[in-house]
Design a protein around this ligand. Structure first.
Ligand code: T5A
Length: 209
């Protein structure tokens, strides 16, 4: 039986971390093995790169360096965790993946989508998520939720305009790839968000047996 590669995306405070636990539980209830992970991160090298990327030590990091560090972390993640897990038949549940690079480094930092696509093809080959759950939320509400939880990291300190561009890029990806990317209204209460997630994930689980 082959596992599925599920990614969860959205702006800051959309509820990704909160929903990961729900999705994991739903998959495990079916007796399926699941690897829960995140980007940037998921490996020792990736977590060190995450600290560099999210911390405030390197303010003003160039957009190009940021893009390449995201993909460096992703290359390690794919080799060390994601591909081995999928090869074992495990399900992989990943908090952010390459759609975040299109949204943040592409739309947010205004690097070209063509450049991101070139590196994506090189690093990932043909591997893409089977399904991506996009938690969509107005920027102000997402940042309000994120702000209550912790002090802002290097990305969370960006402007409203930056996050509006990021949100719009996610919506554009969802419109362009409706088979893969499923939009969830994340402004609703947790139970209603989870019901939407279940509506997308349960058919995949039913096929898995
Ligand atoms: N990045 C990442 C890039 O720029 N390029 C890339 O290629 C990649 C992979 C990663 C950063 O890196 C950038 C993007 C990011 O800036 P992160 O920690 O993974 O950072 O992402 P964040 O978005 O910062 O994570 P957050 O924890 O802020 O947001 P979440 O996970 O979406 O939200 P969550 O679940 O922590 O919830 C936030 C608060 O809201 C509440 C929760 O209880 C929590 O308090 N909440 C709800 N409240 C009411 N109703 C609901 N439905 C709720 N759902 C959650």
């Amino acid at each position: 039986m082959s596992g599925k590669f599920i990614t969860i995306e959205g702006i800051e405070g959309a509820g990704k971390s909160t929903c990961m636990a729900f999705l994991r539980q739903r998959i495990e209830q079916r007796g399926l093995a699941v690897v829960e992970t995140r980007e940037p991160g998921g490996t020792p090298l990736g977590e060190d790169l995450r600290a560099l990327l999210l911390g405030h030590k390197h303010q003003g990091m160039s957009a190009e360096a940021e893009l390449l560090l995201m993909f460096a972390a992703r290359a390690e993640h794919l080799q060390q965790r994601i591909k081995p897990a999928l090869a074992r038949g495990d399900w992989v549940l990943c908090d952010r993946f390459t759609d975040a690079t299109y949204a943040y480094q592409g739309a947010g930092r205004t690097l070209s989508a063509e450049r991101v696509a070139q590196i994506e093809d090189w690093v990932q080959g043909p591997l893409r998520p089977d399904i991506t759950l996009l938690l969509d939320i107005p920027v102000e509400l997402g940042l309000e939720r994120a702000g209550k939880r912790s002090a802002p990291d290097r990305f969370e300190a960006e402007s409203l305009g930056f996050f509006r561009a990021v949100r719009q890029a996610y919506l554009d990806i969802a419109a362009a790839q409706p088979e893969r990317v499923k939009r969830v209204d994340a402004s609703l209460g947790l139970e209603q968000v989870q019901a939407q997630l279940a509506g997308f994930i349960d058919p995949l689980l039913a096929v898995a047996g």
